[in-house]
Design a protein. Structure first.
Length: 368
């Protein structure tokens, strides 16, 4: 079945493009939403089946009239009343807004001037994602301490991960499976050699899909996720065998402190007995012990990453975009720890900065 995308203006609806599927129409709207809504005279955007467009809207659409007088005559013959009736039932305008707090002393949220409107309830998630992106930019720009998205004045409870879903699953080899994840319009393949490993993740649960997405992004195509996990386990077990420690404790230490496991394994393989004992002490001792600090300093990646990101980013905005990707990849909790560690590596005190946005700005302005 074919679908169409259209815009709604004061003069009436206007056809934009015809698509072979509803998914294609929604993808087009998602990609071009900001540009379309920013144009003068555009009230909202939407999509519907071509059959519905041809039977109900085509003859009344802006292009369907040879003159403005002909269009007005059609409205005078009852189209306007019919359209309003349909709008109240099926296409009531939905307005998405932003509320924010500019300081911790604010008891109530304030309304931001930016809003987005649509008459198509089917693109609800798309609209929330679009205005969430704008809200995040404004929060950084104006220094908001908190913000939330509203739908017709009511706070939206959905998370920013609403745009993430499983779009398809297919067989891979004899026992494997490929799970296609829709990451807000981008396709990411999560490949497993053994379907049993994939079934450990509930594909109907948003938190599990988010974990799958993170693993898929970490694993370079065409390598399988369970293959990569096994490799990571082998390195941890190798380090554990060299140092007389537990493999699970080593893996936890590597993940928690963002350690380059390959470099650590090579170094310990060449190290003498005392060097291996020092690493065992880093794991077994109290948090922040000298051996732990030394290991993190030698094999941690935070400082090197920040330097690389600064060189890669051509502007301050580009640098913040890179940090956003890191936050989405590892989650807010791990990301905030990474921020603190990166600041410490650059000899800055993270306690001086009140919000994550302040810490990100300090990273950008820090002398390398």
């Amino acid at each position: 079945m074919e679908f169409v995308s259209f815009i709604d203006t004061r003069k009436g609806k206007k056809l934009l493009k015809i698509f072979k599927s509803q998914r294609a129409a929604n993808m087009f709207l998602k990609k071009n939403m900001d540009n379309i809504l920013s144009k003068s005279g555009v009230d909202s955007i939407g999509s519907m089946s071509k059959k519905e467009w041809d039977t109900k809207e085509a003859k009344y659409a802006i292009e369907g009239f040879k003159s403005d007088a002909q269009r007005k005559a059609a409205f005078a013959n009852g189209y306007e009343e019919k359209d309003k009736k349909n709008e109240s039932v099926n296409e009531a305008a939905i307005t998405y807004g932003i509320e924010y707090k500019s300081s911790k002393n604010d008891r109530k949220f304030k309304k931001a001037s930016l809003t987005k409107t649509t008459h198509n309830p089917k693109i609800d998630k798309m609209m929330i994602k679009a205005i969430s992106k704008d809200a995040k930019s404004l929060a950084k720009q104006d220094g908001w301490v908190d913000y939330r998205i509203t739908k017709d004045g009511v706070p939206v409870k959905e998370s920013v991960n609403e745009g993430i879903s499983v779009s398809d699953e297919r067989h891979f080899g004899k026992k494997g499976i490929i799970i296609m994840i829709d990451d807000n319009g981008k396709k990411v393949a999560a490949i497993f050699k053994d379907k049993k490993n994939a079934d450990k993740f509930n594909r109907n649960k948003s938190s599990d899909i988010q974990k799958l997405l993170q693993l898929a992004k970490k694993t370079k195509y065409p390598k399988a996720i369970d293959e990569s996990l096994n490799e990571a386990g082998k390195l941890a077990m190798g380090i554990a065998a060299l140092t007389g420690t537990r493999g699970s404790a080593v893996q936890d230490f590597i993940d928690k402190n963002r350690i380059n496991d390959k470099k650590l394994f090579k170094a310990l393989k060449k190290a003498n007995l005392q060097g291996r004992i020092n690493f065992a002490s880093a794991l077994a001792g109290r948090p922040g012990n000298p051996n732990e600090k030394l290991t993190i300093k030698l094999f941690g990646e935070s400082k090197k990453e920040v330097i690389a990101f600064r060189k890669k980013a051509k502007s301050e905005t580009a640098f913040y975009d890179i940090l956003d990707k890191i936050e989405r990849k590892y989650g807010r909790g791990v990301f905030e720890k990474w921020l603190d560690k990166s600041l410490k590596d650059l000899k800055l005190n993270p306690k001086k900065y009140k919000t994550p946005a302040d810490k990100q700005e300090a990273l950008y302005q820090a002398k390398l």
